[in-house]
Design a protein around this ligand. Structure first.
Ligand code: 2NL
Length: 368
């Protein structure tokens, strides 16, 4: 039989407690019987509806009808019951929402689960991490920066003269609709990670030791050896008394860490707008040991030269320090940059760069 609010004839504390206990038993039983949303609404309304809900009935039937001297005690009891009813309604709803309903209709535990196959580490990511780790061990920090850059950070602050060919539309991917901006604020896709080194120097006083891995962009048609998006790791060391010997020693050490202590390095003159002097860094070929031949076969990796081009590097052009508030009389430094994609292709024997960007997990699993 469903509970109904009894009329109270006896307002003694004992009678009040008995009536309250009966009500709470009914509350508990009805709460336990609630199994779905619609049940819960009925339950809530039966107990809490302003119009003729059980709480309203308590107010009208017990409190208002109580004789003067008992009103205070009845009022306290009714308030207590009201709190218990509200609690129960909230708790019942929580039980419905929170607990997973394991009944057959909502979850068939015999169905196969959703497969979430693991991917495989990308060989470019691995190569990039391998390079970065060597410099981390030499005390370098890692920095990253935006791939959409301003003309200022990508070119101007790096000493690229206004008519340098790298600024040409042929090379650089520009963001459309920048004509209303001042030339230095116009946006483009960074063509190297060097802007991050400028940003690092702006934020941080020397000494600086930083490596920057990241994606860069050039307007090149994709083929076996080109991609409009590729990867670089650049590095920068600025301090007092940094010399070209530090550059040679650091990069020679880095190549030995990466490829084994028997590799040799060689430096030959080169040019970059942001370094003076500049050098190309070559490493003895790790495939043929530097001899140029594997048995009687010509080594395809070094094309019989015995050397592989690994990096570009140089002493930071003192003109750059002016852009970042360093004193060129007090500090000096070296910087280097290397392309990751072609190196990864050579190390993993991948004949076409486009395979790296296919997103086919079966290709990546071969190297994992
Ligand atoms: C390459 C050559 C290089 C740098 C990058 C650099 C950055 C600053 C100052 C001076 Cl902020 N230099 N970067 C220097 C020499 C070479 O990259 O062949 N990269 C793939």
């Amino acid at each position: 039989m469903a509970y109904t609010v009894p009329k109270l004839d006896d307002y003694s504390p004992q009678a009040l407690d008995r009536a309250a206990a009966e009500l709470l038993r009914a509350l508990e039983t009805e709460s336990a019987a609630v199994t779905n949303d619609s049940d819960w609404k009925t339950f809530r309304d039966r107990w809490m509806a302003r119009k003729n809900g059980i709480l309203t009935q308590l107010n009208d039937g017990w409190l208002k009808a109580a004789p003067g001297p008992q009103k205070r005690a009845v009022g306290q009891k009714v308030n207590e019951l009201k709190a218990r009813v509200e609690e129960s309604v909230v708790a019942t709803e929580k039980r419905l929402k929170g607990g997973a309903d394991l009944s057959a209709e909502s979850l068939d535990v015999t169905l196969p689960g959703t497969r979430r196959p693991l991917g495989a580490e990308h060989p470019i990511t691995r190569t990039m991490n391998d390079i970065v780790r060597v410099f981390q061990h030499m005390g370098y920090s890692i920095a990253e920066g935006p791939e959409i850059e301003t003309d200022y950070y990508n070119f101007e602050s790096l000493n690229f003269p206004p008519n340098h060919p790298a600024r040409d539309m042929q090379d650089t991917i520009f963001i459309a609709g920048q004509e209303t901006k001042a030339p230095r604020d116009r946006l483009l896709l960074r063509t190297h990670t060097s802007p991050v080194q400028i940003r690092t120097m702006e934020k941080q006083k020397p000494p600086v030791r930083v490596v920057i891995p990241g994606r860069v962009y050039r307007n090149d048609a994709p083929d076996a050896t080109h991609s409009p998006m590729f990867h670089q790791v650049e590095g920068l060391a600025v301090d007092t008394n940094i010399t070209f010997r530090d550059l040679k020693g650091s990069l020679d050490h880095a190549m030995k860490e990466l490829f084994g202590s028997s590799v040799k390095t060689r430096f030959r003159p080169s040019f970059f707008p942001f370094t003076e002097p500049s050098a190309e860094v070559l490493m003895s070929c790790i495939f043929c040991g530097g001899g140029g031949y594997q048995g009687t076969q010509r080594c395809p990796n070094c094309k019989t030269s015995g050397w592989i081009e690994m990096l570009g590097a140089g002493m930071v052009d003192p003109a750059l320090y002016g852009f970042v508030g360093y004193d060129p009389q007090k500090v000096s430094g070296f910087a280097f940059g290397m392309g990751v994609d072609r190196l990864a292709a050579m190390l993993y024997g991948v004949p076409d760069l486009q395979l790296f960007f296919s997103g086919d997990v079966r290709f990546f699993e071969q190297f994992a």
